[in-house]
Structure formats: structure tokens, C-alpha cells
Design a protein. Structure first.
Length: 95
């Protein structure tokens, strides 16, 4: 039996302009990890993924899974649960 989970994806700041709908709901197989979500976004939301890829490579984008920074979890290997909220947050400047 192929079980599925639904993940809620939110993008903030300049990233939000690259998301088709807010929030975005993504269906993944049970046991999916953060890396699987990014792969799916590469297929279904290429403009968003392009910005995320660049930001992640430079360490500019924070990823929060249910309010917790993925860097302090298992990073890209963090398992996602049904109903998980994944937020992509770029740096914010100001003064």
C-alpha cells in the first residue's frame, strides 16, 4: 500500500513571488525527506527551486520544518510527517 503525506510549503520574502499558490500543498510518499521535497519542487515549481538552490548553496536561505530550523534537525535527511509545514525564509535586511 502506497501511503502519501501532504506537506504545506510556504515561501517568504522575494521567494514568495516564485510560488504558484500560497501556501503550496505538495503530496509526497510516506517517509519522504526534505531532499525529496526539494526534488519535487524542482519538477513542479522550477522558478522557486532555482532561487532556493542558489540561496541554499550560499547558506542564505533558512528552512523551517514545523518551526524548527532544518540545520538543527537532520538537514536534507529530515523526515517529513503528514501535515508538516516547511517554510523557506531568505535573509532580511534593513536598518
Amino acid at each position: 500500500m502506497n501511503q502519501k503525506i501532504d506537506v504545506i510549503v510556504k515561501a517568504f520574502g522575494g521567494l514568495r513571488a516564485h510560488i504558484d499558490q500560497f501556501p503550496l500543498r505538495v503530496e509526497l510518499p510516506a517517509g519522504a525527506r526534505l531532499a525529496d521535497l526539494l526534488s519535487r519542487l524542482a519538477e513542479e515549481q522550477p522558478a522557486l527551486y532555482s532561487e532556493l538552490r542558489d540561496g541554499l548553496a550560499r547558506g542564505y536561505v533558512n528552512i523551517l520544518i514545523d518551526g524548527r530550523n532544518a540545520r538543527f534537525l537532520a538537514g536534507l535527511d529530515t523526515e517529513l510527517k503528514d501535515g508538516a509545514s516547511v517554510a523557506f525564509i531568505p535573509p532580511v535586511g534593513g536598518g
